[in-house]
Ligand binder design. Sequence first.
Ligand code: DGI
Ligand code: FE
Ligand code: FE
Length: 191
Amino acid sequence: MTKDEALKIVKEQLTDHRYQHTIGVMDTAIRLAGRFRADPEKAMMAAIFHDYAKFRPKDEMKSIIIEQNLGEDLLRYGSELWHAPVGAYLVKKEAGIEDEEILLAIKSHTSGRPGMTILEKIIFLADYIEPGRHFPGVEDIRSTAEENLDNAVKQSLMNTITFLMKRNQLVYPETLHTFNDIVRQQGGKNE
Ligand code: DGI
Ligand code: FE
Ligand code: FE
């Protein structure tokens, strides 16, 4: 599938705003792939499709999570999390994307995953720092991303976790596990 074909498929699923975000994630992911030695073609495809399921009705996402065994515990946390695993499933089914590395990067793009591949980290981070993102702390993370992928992912996770906590929202355990995994790998305290 060419870039233009992929973009056309995704455009039909998204609002204009979300499509512009997708373009930002794509450009950022390709650049990060160059810097951190990931496959730029896979980074491009994963970025293009990462929010494919963002606007699916909640009921449809819920049914897919149950029927496809995507982890029913997801249903006990914010519905904002659902479009990532559901997206990976639908991109395979509806758009014919078979590459497991790409599908995994789509699946884990919201919560992260302990043991993330470089491609997963790149998509997670590109989603966070693409030029259209404006929130407190994003500039810091952009500059960290120039130097160290793990530190930038860790900073993003910390930002999200504190954001959720301050708003009295549930933190999905996978998000915390991902943070812990990076700290542990970096030889963090309390081991
Ligand atoms: O889809 P995007 O908006 O581009 O970005 P995303 O896939 O990172 O989704 C961001 C949303 O997901 C935001 O509303 C916060 C929410 N989120 C991220 N991690 C968690 C979470 N929500 C819950 N409940 N728990 C999490 O761990
Ligand atoms: Fe998303
Ligand atoms: Fe996104």
